[in-house]
Design a protein around this ligand. Sequence first.
Ligand SMILES: [Zn+2]
Length: 124
Amino acid sequence: MTLECEICGSTAGPLRRSRVEGVAMMLCPKCANLGIPLGEPMPVGPGPRRPPARLDIIELREEWPQTLRRAREARGLTLEALARSLQEREGLLRKVERGELVPEEPLRLKLERALGVRLTEGGE
Ligand SMILES: [Zn+2]
């Protein structure tokens, strides 16, 4: 790779990355003023998308399905209304209330917040 300015061919350098009309080029200081200076080269491709899975097991209270249902009923909420306000599926919440499905942390936190209950053991 020759270190020449991609506009004027000058080797006077140091060359800088600049964007000229949407194209990134290596330019001498003089020509760099014609474009928009670029910082460090962009990293190629997306980074890792998913954080590592959480492996810590969270203990739920033994009675958590009943806790959920009672708290919801105490607020006069139907499953449908609760599902809508949480933007979750009603069928999913029904399974959770029946204890057929243990809610993952994001859903558990949403339920706890919406209903003002705690489903986990310890600390009050
Ligand atoms: Zn130049």
